[in-house]
Design a binder for this molecule. Structure first.
Ligand SMILES: Nc1ncnc2c1ncn2[C@@H]1O[C@H](COP(=O)(O)OP(=O)(O)OP(=O)(O)O)[C@@H](O)[C@H]1O
Length: 687
């Protein structure tokens, strides 16, 4: 086969190729094409006839349904490809684009500079320091054309390079192409809408509805059909095709099911990994990131802002909670009256007005008391949301409580029953309800302690006989913030790379940048490795800034700093690898965003941030345990709050979880990429 093509001196042969996107209509419908060495091959056809599909299939970015592409003597490095769309990051400068492709093609710096100077003058490119996003459409096409010339390839594949270019420049591009063919024996395949300009080509292929209607020199086709222009010849051939109806869509449908999926030889890379290509990718990612100030602010600012918000917004006790009281056992009907009385009793052992004494302690908490005259009035206030609850002191409360305190176990049941304070609550808000409950109990203890102290009785005898000693781990009075802090740190570091990675990779994919790089020789391993290096570096910075905020500025308990840092870093790497899975598997940004949101929300809900994983429903428990953040959160608690080391199972299980998930995600990425379909998918926007 190879010998056959070489014998004919063909650089490229396309044999009987078929391609359908929807399984119904054939965009390429049995195309045969032969491109001799050193020729300009003009591929002509109306919009949508399949030209770009054919070119993309030739450079290996698309899978064919049947047929064969033969490129016997050329590798990826020998091809210069200019896709129909720009497929370059528009936040890069012209010179950066040149350096990116130059590095990728392993060109020396001097040679790159030489080519920049030459191509800038030939194609009248704008200044090399300008960002692509400031260019007009025509200027962008010229830059795109220039980079495909960059490395003096043997075969140029140009998809509409002259669109939007003024006629004089168009002619000079054609002159240059002819010169390259004549002097350098370069072979060029060029598609264009301007049919007449292909008169200068050595061969024209006229394409319609996925079929090549003819393939011969412009002169020969015009002579054969007796036409004065190529435009006219194309019209005649199109009419003939319409009359014979030679597209045979149904027949082909049957044929194709028998064929295997076909890829161009150019889809293969010479090496699994090349350092210059990796370096070029790294360079491109760096340029992209360094130009994107909002993105940088997001990446470096968000961990800090999240920590700030967490510390400002979460865990502080709600204060000024409105609470009512109805006092039926004493003549004072306002708190002011109570206060006046309390001043009178001063430090004495006074057993009068005990409801007042209790309310006085209650007011010292974060309850904002309001006294009502009647119980109904107070209950109405709860219903109207004026107060969160109400304490009702029945008649003779003071006398009965006094009896209860004085006679203890000998106090009669009447004294016990009538010394109760009735509490009515709006329990619709669990957190506030718990807080009010706590305040009611703690102020009662304070009131009894104060009474015992003033009466010279053993103060401690009034307390419940339970003594909380200094905690073995943790602090004496932990708050919700202490509980949630390790989880929020893990969630931040897991979700940050997730969002960033997915957005960047999908954006690159959809803009065709990845596809163009792949056509130029980069492989997906290099693309992902370059992204990994950038992401892991960002991850390291984000880990340090998050830890600085939480453990240095906000002084959360922090033991085992080294192991904690490693764990958090690994957690971020898990996020990066999950980002790769989502970005490669998902078709578009909204679906990918939904996947990210789901991953983050399920991690927060099931990962032990809001509620301990030990209390999760038995059905969800196994899922919760294997979630990427559940065990790492426990591990971080063990490290920072208990000072445990790697020998403790809760600690090493966290590390193991991160490592296992990372390996699993990388394996999924590998499986997806192994499918040739993914290659076409990655470049689906290259048109
Ligand atoms: N990814 C895709 N999924 C589905 N259909 C597609 C896809 N890409 C192209 N097509 C369809 O295939 C047909 C051929 O498209 P192609 O881009 O190859 O045409 P073309 O000849 O290059 O057109 P133009 O000159 O306008 O660029 C069109 O009808 C187009 O809508």
């Amino acid at each position: 086969m190879r010998e056959e093509a070489e014998a004919k001196d063909l650089w490229l042969e396309v044999k009987n190729v078929y391609k359908t996107y929807d399984g119904v209509r054939f965009v390429l419908n049995g195309i045969n094409m032969s491109v001799p060495k050193g020729a300009i091959y003009g591929l002509l056809g109306s919009s949508g006839c399949g030209k770009s599909t054919l070119l993309n299939s030739i450079v290996g970015l698309m899978q064919l349904d049947a047929g064969e592409i033969r490129i016997p003597s050329l590798g990826k490095k020998d091809i210069g490809f200019m896709p129909q769309e720009l497929s370059l990051h528009d936040t890069m400068k012209t010179e950066e684009v040149f350096y990116y492709f130059g590095t990728l093609f392993e060109m020396k710096k001097e040679l790159i500079e030489e080519r920049i100077a030459f191509l800038t003058s030939l194609l009248q490119l704008p200044k090399r320091k300008r960002l692509l996003k400031t260019f007009s459409g025509g200027e962008l096409r010229r830059v795109s054309l220039a980079v495909s010339f960059m490395h003096n390839p043997k075969l140029m594949i140009l998809d509409e390079p002259t669109v939007g270019v003024d006629p004089v420049l168009r002619q000079s591009i054609w002159d240059h192409l002819l010169k390259l063919c004549n002097e350098n024996k370069m072979t060029i395949i060029i598609t264009t809408h301007y049919i007449e300009e292909t008169k200068q080509a050595h061969i024209v292929g006229l394409m319609r509805e996925g079929v090549l209607l003819c393939e011969e020199s412009p002169k020969s086709v015009m002579t054969r059909l007796g036409c004065n222009s190529l435009e006219e010849a194309f019209l005649v051939l199109s009419k003939q095709q319409a009359l014979t109806g030679s597209t045979n869509q149904e027949e082909n449908q049957i044929k194709i099911t028998k064929f295997n999926k076909v890829l161009s030889p150019l889809s293969k890379n010479d090496k699994l990994f090349s350092f210059p290509r990796f370096k070029a990718e790294l360079m491109k990612n760096y340029f992209f990131l360094s130009r994107n100030i909002p993105l940088l602010l997001y990446l470096f600012g968000l961990p800090i802002v999240s920590c700030l918000l967490f510390n400002i917004g979460i865990g502080y006790e709600p204060n000024n909670l409105r609470f009512g009281a109805v006092i039926d056992d004493i003549p004072f009907d306002t708190l002011t009256g109570c206060e006046r009385h309390l001043k009178e009793i001063n430090q004495s052992c006074n057993m009068d007005y005990l409801s007042c004494q209790y309310l006085y302690e209650m007011e010292k908490t974060n309850l904002n008391l309001k006294v009502y005259d009647y119980l109904d009035e107070g209950l109405e206030a709860i219903k109207k949301n004026d107060i969160w609850g109400l304490a009702y002191f029945p008649q003779n409360f003071t006398r009965n409580l006094g009896l209860r305190i004085e006679f203890g176990k000998d106090a009669g049941s009447e004294a016990v029953d009538n010394s109760l304070v009735d509490i009515y609550l709006d329990r619709s808000n669990r957190v506030i309800d718990e807080l009010i409950n706590l305040n009611i109990r703690s102020s009662f203890r304070a009131f009894i302690e104060s009474l015992f102290s003033r009466c010279g009785w053993q103060e401690r005898a009034s307390d419940i006989p339970i003594n909380f000693k200094k905690p073995i781990y943790g602090i004496l009075t932990p708050t919700f913030r202490d509980y949630a802090a390790p989880a929020i740190v893990v969630v931040i570091l897991f979700s940050m790379p997730l969002v960033y990675g997915v957005v960047i990779i999908i954006e690159e994919k959809n803009s065709g940048t990845t596809g163009r790089s792949i056509a130029a020789g980069v492989n997906l391993l290099e693309v992902l490795l370059a992204h990994s290096v950038i992401q892991v570096s960002l991850q390291a910075i984000q880990t340090c800034s998050t830890m600085f905020m939480m453990f240095y500025i906000y002084e959360f308990q922090f033991m085992r700093p080294f192991l904690s840092t490693i764990l958090l870093f690994l957690q971020g790497v898990t996020g990066v690898s999950l980002a790769f899975v989502i970005a490669i598997a998902c078709d578009n940004l909204p679906i990918a965003s939904a996947c990210c949101t789901f991953s983050v929300i399920s991690s927060i809900v099931l990962g032990g941030m809001i509620w301990p994983s030990q209390g999760i429903h038995p059905i969800l428990k196994p899922i919760s345990i294997v979630m990427p953040i559940t065990l790492p959160v426990e591990s971080l608690r063990g490290l920072t709050q208990r000072g445990w080391g790697l020998s403790y199972p809760p600690v090493w299980l966290g590390f193991l979880t991160c490592i296992c998930w990372t390996i699993f995600f990388i394996f999924i990425v590998y499986l997806i990429l192994r499918k040739a379909k993914a290659k076409a998918f990655l470049s689906k926007k290259i048109r």
